[in-house]
Design a protein around this ligand. Sequence first.
Ligand code: BEZ
Ligand code: MG
Length: 580
Amino acid sequence: MNEAERRDLTSEGRDRRVRELSERVAEIEQRLIPTGLHVFGRATSDGECADLLRMVASFDRPDAGSRALPRLISEGLGASVSHPRTGASGEDQLRTRERVEAILREAISIFLREGETAACSWLESEANVGREASRPTFALLGEVRSRLRTNGELDSLVAALRGRYVEPGPGADIVQNPKVLPTGRNTHAVNPYGVPSDLAFARARHVVELLLERHVRERGALPRAMALVLWGLDNIKTQGEGVAQALWLLGVRPLRDSLNRVADVEPIPLGELGRPRIDVVMTVSGIFRDLFSPTVELLDRAVRRVAALDEPEEMNFVRGNVAAQAESGSCAFDEAATRVFSNAPGNYGANVNFMVADSVWEQDDALADLFVTRKCFAYGTDARGRRVEGREARAAMRRALSRVEATYQNIDSFEIGITDVDHYFEYLGGVSKAVEKSAEARPAIYLSDTLSREAKVRSLAETVRLETRAKTLNPKWYEGMLRHGYRGVAEIESRVTNTFGWSATADAVDGWVYTEVAETFVLDDVMLARLRALNPHSARALVGRLLEAAGRGFWQAEADVIERLREIFSELEDRIEGVA
Ligand code: BEZ
Ligand code: MG
């Protein structure tokens, strides 16, 4: 907000702004922040697991018969936290939410110190939560806690190396599915014919509504076409939430056969859908293609089915786009309806991450072209029912991307965010850059956070800001990393490089992010000395990345800051080369 805007604020506007800021702070506060790396074979301590238990306790778990503690607490207090827009004023809501959060934290800490009964009694006296209501949740927490204390990872590894049996277990994160504990089991995947599950399909509806509402709010209309990134592991963990989101956008529902396998789709009538069908370009990872072969076919079939529906084009963007393509005579229906793309058979990855990390691109076009070159292989079935398994379709992909107005990926893990690994900017950043080139306009870029208590859709820039505050610049996060010494510094550097990846692919990083990274890790002499002592190589890489951000125009840094960074870079280099 600039000076003039600040002056013009009414007192109501000022209150609203304060509330927004306060909500944002609460959002950062409530993130689950890993406070260090997992050490193979080492069990989690009670201190480390308090935050985790708080998150586990924050969701209803019908299968365990347990309810979310924040919900129980707010019901007990007579407040409605899950529907914050109704009833109470914004200020009251904030106060209630803070109170619920404080009670939750205290309940977990009593549980850890004194056990289940004490925590149940305390919640009863403090927030009128009946003991019988909270007991199943604390029983679940008790199980999670005791499983976190055991660790069979080393034994399992040794058993596997000896060719012995390793007990199977599901794959997900602990918050999503506490049954992943104990760790050290043989992760089993998912039956692709079960995807999407009924639950995943139901959850996806809400997220798609939020996504489209947000696009309308920001850009004034529904997107006529979107590009989605689908990953294998994510769809395993959520039983196909990403797949279900694609189906909802197209306006179709999965159909099951007599063996309860998802075998087909049927269009949801427009009257029931209540909006146009959105055209969807799907770029799927090599892992998704390999694990979800029937799903790939299903998605391709869904697009073709929708494209062939006899509906007005303003209510069916897929039909409109495919018909326009076919009428222009540039290609046949088959080619015009191709929407599912992946790598060539046997290949994986878009490699945009390597190009960025190695600083080997000059123009943005190189990143866009690399993405398309790696990912332009079509999968599905052709008009004669023959399987298409990785046919090169560069022109079809470019045409499909040229109509895209928004790109999107579902985030479904508490453990890994968009700056934790390089694959998010590799895929979502890569496809966004490819759209920018093909459509000659930058798409809106969205991510969803379907695991928060209330599912949220955020823009890419908002997500980068949130992760920067919650992790990169948060002492709780970086001190946790630094406790691991050499590897910890490497993690900090890698996060900065992954953040830089969002500048490179989507120009989505505010200048203050680089300024504060420089101030926190490099321009602070004590911190710099620590990084240098622990891992001078990563320290040098981090400083080099900041200089590169400035050099490429992603960061308008002050001249004296650049000068100082250059000096530090060369000191680090001398040290590594043994000159100093
Ligand atoms: C996947 O699960 O599809 C995936 C995992 C890591 C990187 C990229 C994709
Ligand atoms: Mg990797």
